[in-house]
Ligand binder design. Structure first.
Ligand SMILES: NC(=O)c1ccc[n+]([C@@H]2O[C@H](COP(=O)([O-])OP(=O)(O)OC[C@H]3O[C@@H](n4cnc5c(N)ncnc54)[C@H](O)[C@@H]3O)[C@@H](O)[C@H]2O)c1
Length: 356
């Protein structure tokens, strides 16, 4: 049975609007965030929550970085909640990027068998992707998102003001996911991004709002059709087979996820071209858009074919020992394919800069 529908608000000054929180809030609230983000936005959020009727409001601040998206930090959240006598009738609020969203979502799903969670994403990636869809997880050693649950939030509130403090590199990495939606699901979005990328990069309010609203709608639609990630959601992994390999080879330190996805999308597009699914023009357009956005398009210097292939063999999205590729058959349309010939994969990776 699908989970209850929940509202996704996108716009400016939303963290200042008690009416948006009112009907989704318990009296006891705990906000989990990072110190830098809380310094900018928690005082305003706290005031708003008070006006919305919350009576017990605490904040728990955790260090940033995926290295802290672990069971140990989930336990810190559980201990904090338990020491302060938070019960089932508690709202847990994630105020931060996808890392805080995943960690808080997971912790909230487990504590007393499930608290209400509100996602207040503050990074572009979290607003257009991570905060929507109810996938929650923590990392186990070097395995990303290995331990997790589906736990849909009570609401998602993306206040676009928060993007003003997001570092540029993080902002650009988030754009990769927007471009991805255009390529695999919505040709009109891709075309609009081609003509508005400069405004978006300048974080012009109107363009940014249109982009985040559009992308959130796409993510929400696809999640509504495939809540538990059984089939349709798989196309969202476009570019991710190679991206996961790159991130893992560099121990999740050198490249942000969106940067690795940009390189991975180029490889997947080149495979689509080699298989005769698309014309070279579409690949050129993707290269042009990623370049304008400031995202990488070539594989990292010195990366070897052997290292990439070893990693993709391990990718958890394999089915029966085959690598499952998300390929493009037209702008805005994707297909899943498992039988891409190995020599073709070799050739494309070599042409993109992988060494022997
Ligand atoms: N659940 C899902 O469906 C899903 C989907 C995609 C990614 N993810 C997860 O999301 C995480 C990546 O998310 P992310 O890219 O947002 O990274 P992140 O949460 O690590 O944030 C990146 C950096 O930006 C900072 N930051 C965030 N918002 C800010 C703001 N408004 N002002 C100043 N600094 C800000 C953070 O403190 C951090 O240092 C990964 O853990 C990934 O696994 C989950």
């Amino acid at each position: 049975m699908p989970a209850k529908a929940y509202p996704i608000f996108v716009g400016y000054d939303l963290l200042a609007q008690p009416n948006l929180f009112q009907s989704h809030l318990h009296k006891a609230v705990c906000v989990v965030s990072h110190p830098e983000i809380a310094a900018s936005y928690f005082p305003l959020l706290e005031q708003t929550l008070q006006k919305a009727g919350a009576r017990k409001i605490t904040s728990l601040l955790l260090p940033a970085g995926d290295a802290h998206k672990t069971l140990a930090f989930a336990e810190k959240i559980w201990s904090f909640l338990s020491n302060l006598h938070y019960h089932r009738d508690t709202t847990l609020i994630a105020l931060g990027g996808g890392m805080i969203g995943d960690l808080v979502g997971y912790s909230g799903a487990c504590y007393m068998r499930g608290l209400d969670v509100i996602q207040c994403p503050t990074s572009l990636l979290a607003q257009v992707d991570a905060a929507i869809g109810g996938k929650t997880a923590v990392n186990l050693q070097n395995s990303k998102n290995l331990i997790g649950l589906f736990h849909q939030p009570r609401m998602v509130l993306s206040d676009l003001n928060t993007l003003q403090t997001l570092p540029n590199r993080e902002f650009i990495a988030g754009l990769a996911e927007l471009i991805k939606y255009g390529v695999i699901l919505d040709a009109a979005l891709f075309e609009w991004l081609e003509t508005h990328i400069v405004e978006i990069l300048a974080r012009k309010p109107q363009a940014l709002e249109r982009a985040v609203v559009w992308a959130s709608q796409i993510k929400a639609d696809i999640v509504a059709k495939d809540e538990k990630d059984q089939n349709l959601r798989a196309v969202l992994n476009f570019g991710h087979t190679i991206a996961h390999a790159i991130e893992s080879i560099y121990h999740y330190e050198k490249y942000l996820h969106g940067e690795a996805v940009a390189m991975g999308m180029i490889i997947a597009m080149q495979l689509s071209l080699a298989l005769g699914l698309i014309s070279a023009n579409l690949l050129d357009r993707l290269i042009a858009l990623l370049t304008k956005a400031g995202l990488p398009i070539f594989l990292p210097d010195g990366i070897t074919l052997e290292a990439i292939l070893a990693k993709i063999q391990l990718d958890k999205k394999h089915s029966q020992g085959q690598i499952r590729w998300v390929l493009v058959e037209a702008l805005g349309q994707a297909q899943l394919r498992e039988n891409v010939p190995l020599p073709m994969i070799y050739d494309v990776l070599k042409a993109s800069g992988a060494s022997m």
